[in-house]
Structures are given as C-alpha cells and as structure tokens.
Design a protein around this ligand. Structure first.
Ligand code: FDA
Length: 391
C-alpha cells in the first residue's frame, strides 16, 4: 500500500466526500481520512433521517459570514440544481417539503451511498477509523499522521467540520490545524441552536411543547416560521434561524400574530365588548400560550372594560414580544457553527489558502454558515466542488 497521494482530505463528511469524488474523477490519487467508523455520519442523521440535501432557492443571502460575498462564486458555480441533477441521475426519489427544502423520499443513506459511488468512480480511497492527530509540511508536501500511519501529499484539504454535536465526534480540529498554519479563525459559536430563558421568563417553561407560527427576529433579521416553547426556553425553526443572528444580551423579538393588521384588537372590542381578552387570544393562538400571554398582559376580563390605550399597548406587545435569552443550549445541541476558518485566508474560487499553497479548507470548517433548510449541505457541496476541481 503506497502512502503517497496527490491529495489528502481530512473528513469523510458532506464536503470531504464531494471534494474527493470530483478530484478523483479528474484523475487525482485521493485519500480521505475519517476518524469515525463510517463515512457521512452527520448526513445519515440529517433531516430526521431523510437528509434535507439542498434548498432550491439557495443563494449568498442565506449565509452568514464575516465576508458575505465570499460564498457567491462557489454557490454560483455549483447550484442546488446541479446537486439535484446528480441525485436524479442515481434515481433517488425526492420531494420538496416547504420553503424550497428538498428531502429524500427514502433515506439519507441514499445520499451517502451516492457520494461513495461517486468516490469509487474516481478510485478514491476512504479510510475510516483514521483519527488525524498531526500534520507537518515540508518541502512542498504535507505529512499526515492518522491512527499510527503516515501518509503524504502535496495538497491537503481540511474538511473536518465544526464542533457542533461533540457526541458524534465533532471537534475543533479544523481550527487547531488552521492556526498551526497561521490561518486566522473567526471565533466559533453555536448556531441553529435552541435558546434558554432565565429570570421570570422561566414561567414560559410551563407551556413546554406548545408551538405557534410567528415571526422571530434577532437584530434586523426575521424569520416567519414556527416557534416552540421547551422546558429550557425557545426552539422551533423560527428560533433556530434567529439564533444564528442572536448576540448575547440582545432580545429575540416575536410577533405572535403576524397576520393581523394594526387596530385588530380595538375592532374586536367593538364587535364583541362582552368577550374576554383570553377568549379572543384563544381563537388566535394555542390555548396555553393564549392564557399565559393574556395573564402577563393583565387586561381586565371583558374587552369592553379595557381602555383603547391598554388594548393598543397589548396589541403592540403581542406583535413585538421581547424575550431576553440568557444563553443557548450550546454546541451539544447546535446544528451548525457560526465562525470558523476566516474566508480572508482563502481563495473564493478554489478554497485554497493564500498563505500556504496546497492547503484548502471547505464545508462547515470555514466561516460560512447557512440557514436552516438544506443551505448548509449546499455550501458543503459547492465548496467541495470548488476545491475538488482545483486540486
Ligand atoms: P461534517 O461534520 O459533515 O464532516 C466532517 C467529518 O470530519 C466528520 O465525519 C468527522 O468525523 C471528521 N473528522 C473530524 N475531525 C477529524 C479528525 N481529526 N480526523 C479525521 N476525521 C475527522 N444541513 C442541511 O443542509 N440539511 C439538513 O437536513 C441538516 N440536518 C442536520 C441535522 C443535525 C442533527 C446536524 C447536527 C446537522 C445538520 N445539518 C444539516 C448541518 C450539516 O450536517 C453540516 O452543515 C454538514 O454536515 C457539514 O459538512 P462538512 O463535511 O463540512 O462536515
């Protein structure tokens, strides 16, 4: 078994497998090293086992990065349609769930099998149970130590992901390696993550399990989707999305009644003065949520007895309810990581380091983070292709 390759890819996740397949099919001798016992573990658990493998509307606006322009080139050159063509060429049945999110009809395993078949077409070697612990760079070659073996290549791709879900073996290895080579790392933090509530907001834990369609905002960014109350705070797609933009100390603002125009509560007062505020809210929101909001707004029993001023203020609060999360549920529960290897260090066309020729970084390891809904895999495919075509 020769230990010299054209390219070594660290991590057999979404980005690493895609990159390996492309480079292998271009005739490169490619080795993928994976510390886990099998490739593509995050793909297998993604999308509830059905893998939300892309989003048909994926574009640069759906990503967070210190440099929001960085992802443009790779996303334009390998689009959601390109990945869908690949999926269809393997006869994998799929469906659009909502908001452009594409899932397998069958199982996420089909996506992993497809990527492995693409790797096989390029004679890529995928070695599992190969934990990369050290890398050296000398005379234009990278020497990689993995589970007691040393392999070498003139090109090395960091595709080892971010630290979200450490239970699955995720680590900050990509960042350590980047720093070793003098590449800057944007402070990583958990994203697409549930938020925790403290102080008197813990009272909302009483309604754990209740969800409602809302608009959740963090700073200037808003997401119209469902919010879910949990035994620790807030979750659900709208909150997970907003969490990526949330800064500690800042509020998450929720519009509980996004479909109602201004003045709706005064209209109700005119139409049903004997009705109670709680009754009105129960018609619009799940009962337990309506009750807790009504209680906290403290409107007297019958609408007819409430002043217009009080009703206007209640309406305003229902459309701009401020929660002050005291934290997140951390990397243990985060679907992705915001931050990572700085894009300033990389070519947006090839993902190659500007400082260290032959060193590449792709996927979640890089400071490009997608919204919930297939965007993160699309970045993994697109950045993997960008590097794979350049190796
Ligand atoms: P990824 O984490 O997939 O792969 C990195 C690989 O490197 C891993 O296999 C790891 O074991 C390996 N590795 C790490 N350190 C190593 C070392 N030292 N030596 C060797 N190997 C090493 N996204 C989306 O678009 N749609 C979805 O449906 C979902 N669903 C989803 C569910 C859950 C529960 C999570 C946690 C995440 C998602 N995501 C998602 C996000 C998506 O999984 C994520 O963005 C991609 O997997 C990132 O792909 P990468 O290849 O960059 O990293």
């Amino acid at each position: 078994m020769s230990n010299a390759f054209d390219a070594i890819i660290l991590g057999a996740g979404a980005a690493g497998l895609m990159c390996a397949a492309r480079a292998g099919q271009r005739g490169k001798r490619v080795l993928v090293l994976e510390r886990a016992e099998k490739p593509g573990k995050k793909i297998l658990i993604s999308g509830g086992g059905r893998c939300n493998f892309t989003n048909i509307g994926a574009g640069p606006a759906n990503y967070l990065s210190v440099n929001p322009h960085f992802a443009k080139s790779a996303l334009a050159r390998y689009t959601a349609r390109d990945f869908l063509d690949l999926v269809e060429s393997y006869g994998i049945a799929w469906h659009e769930k909502t908001l452009g999110q594409l899932f397998c009809d069958g199982s996420a395993r089909q996506i992993v099998d497809m990527l492995l078949a693409e790797c096989a077409k390029g004679d890529v070697e995928v070695r599992c149970d190969a934990d990369v612990t050290a890398v050296e760079h000398e005379a234009g070659r990278f020497a990689v130590m993995a589970s007691g073996h040393i392999v070498t290549a003139p090109s090395l791709v960091i595709a080892s992901g971010g630290p979200s879900i450490p239970k699955m073996g995720a680590t900050g290895f990509a960042y350590d390696l980047a720093r070793q080579f003098g590449l800057k790392v944007v402070e990583p933090r958990p994203a697409l993550v549930p938020l925790t509530l403290g102080g008197e907001e813990v009272l909302f834990r009483e309604i754990s399990g209740v969800s409602a369609p809302v608009i959740a905002s963090a700073g200037k960014t808003s997401f119209p989707e469902a919010a879910l109350f949990t035994h620790r705070g807030l979750s659900g797609p709208a909150i997970l999305q907003a969490s990526s933009y949330w800064e500690p100390g800042e509020p998450i603002v929720i519009n509980f009644l996004p479909d109602l125009g201004s003045g709706w509560l005064l209209e109700r007062k005119r139409d049903m003065p004997r009705g109670t505020f709680k009754q009105v809210l129960r018609e619009l929101l799940p009962d337990r949520l309506a009750d807790i909001l009504a209680h906290r707004l403290g409107i007297p029993a019958e609408l007819g007895n409430a002043s217009d001023k009080a009703l206007r203020s209640a309406e305003e609060r229902l459309s701009r309810w401020e929660f002050r999360p005291n934290g997140t549920e951390g990397f243990a529960k985060a679907e992705v990581t915001v931050g990572g290897i700085s894009t300033a260090e990389l070519s947006s066309k090839t993902m190659e380091s500007r400082k260290v020729p032959g060193l590449y970084a792709i996927g979640e390891a890089v400071d490009v983070t997608g919204w919930l809904g297939g965007y993160n895999f699309q970045w993994a495919w697109a950045s993997g292709v960008a590097a794979g075509d350049s190796l």
